[in-house]
Design a protein around this ligand. Structure first.
Ligand code: ACO
Length: 329
């Protein structure tokens, strides 16, 4: 059974309400039909009802809820709430009212106000356009200082991680995390591994040094992040700083990090910055033929996920199922 089969089963276990703000987009509409048909989530599409109906010709969207942000009764109370949330940042009531005509902001407000459990967008909008409203309005989960991302990597071989399954974080959001942010990325990645892939997390904080083998301020940052994460989650199996071979290979771990409960058997790899994380996951995907599921956003108080603009209908269905399982947790 693949990870996505498990995610689909979990999603069906408790139906969550997922809002898709790009309601007139063709792949999104096909995905909405498939999601409801497969019982993965209840879908809310945002947009002008006539425009959605026209774009959805031939699809059965009878079980999908359609909301037009500019005509909906929630427009005014949402605008008022948005103004209250953002007035300290200089937002005026007029600006808040205008933003409630924007499906991306309306969708995020639905999640914020508990009228949806999660949001998925990005088939049309860029990563920044998708993330910014969520970062501004939903904010981080309690105790987590940054929103970050991870990939579930499914390797063709079973030698590393948990039978070939590993979590890689952060590969998509934070270009240059501080030690505190790196610790948050570690905690969030461990949580995602547990919730979505059923892993008992063993977290390796990666570096070009293992346990002081090299001296550099970048190494110090990873060691400090490890200390902060251990303090925040004393029950979590986490160790660092570790080189990738020491994290993954038992024989190397025995030499470089003897006594570590994580080295040699890590199933969550935390990269020290976005350059290494983004390059790392793409190398493993391309050179090792791994399936890379993600990026999965984590650390937001309520789940919002970003699609690639090149996504397929199946990609959208997968990300909605992932978002639904995050919302259950
Ligand atoms: N966690 C929590 N909050 C954040 C984060 C974060 N990681 N980043 C920004 N914010 C908050 C800010 O505090 C700010 O809040 P405020 O307005 O209440 O003060 C708000 O979000 C907007 O902040 P900006 O600094 O204006 O954020 P920006 O517009 O730069 O967008 C973004 C943030 C989009 C995540 C940016 O950091 C980014 O572009 N990251 C890299 C994305 C990327 O290119 N990834 C690689 C490709 S993806 C792939 O290959 C799979």
């Amino acid at each position: 059974m693949s990870i996505m089969d498990t995610v689909y089963d979990k999603a069906r276990g408790k139906r969550m309400r997922i809002v898709l703000p790009e309601g007139t987009e063709e792949r999104t509409l096909k995905a909405a039909e498939a999601i409801v048909k497969q019982g993965l989530a209840d879908v809310i599409l945002l947009g002008n009802a006539q425009a959605i109906e026209k774009a959805a010709k031939g699809l059965d969207l009878s079980a999908v809820t359609v909301i037009d942000p500019s005509a909906d009764a929630r427009h005014r109370p949402y605008a008022q709430k948005l103004y209250e949330l953002r007035k300290a940042k200089g937002m005026t009531p007029e600006q808040a009212d205008g933003l409630m005509n924007d499906e991306m902001y309306f969708g995020v407000m639905m999640v914020k106000m508990d009228e949806a459990d999660g949001m998925v967008a990005g088939a049309v909008h860029s990563t920044g356009e998708t993330l910014r409203p969520a970062l501004q309005i939903i904010k981080t989960a309690p105790g987590i200082s940054v929103v970050s991302s991870c990939f579930i990597m499914e390797l063709p071989g079973k030698d590393y991680g948990d039978s070939g399954v590993l979590i890689f974080g952060d590969c998509a959001v934070n270009p240059a995390p501080t030690a505190d942010e790196l610790a948050a990325i570690a905690l969030s990645s461990a949580g995602t591994g547990k919730a979505l892939a059923g892993l008992e997390p063993r977290v390796a904080m990666l570096s070009f040094s293992t346990k002081g083998s090299a001296k550099h301020e970048l190494v110090d940052k990873v060691a400090e992040a490890t200390r902060i994460a251990k303090e925040a989650a004393p029950g979590l199996q986490i160790d660092g700083e570790l080189q990738a071979d020491a994290a993954l290979v038992e024989s190397v771990a025995r030499l470089k990090a003897p006594g570590s409960t994580v080295a040699g058997k890590a199933n969550v790899l935390v990269f020290p910055d976005l350059q290494s994380g983004n390059i790392g996951y793409k190398l493993v995907q391309r050179l090792a033929g791994a399936e890379a599921i993600g990026p999965i956003l984590q650390g937001i108080a309520k789940p919002v996920n970003d699609l690639s603009r090149g996504c397929s209908v199946e990609d959208i269905v997968n990300v909605v199922a992932i978002t639904a399982v995050q919302a259950q947790a």
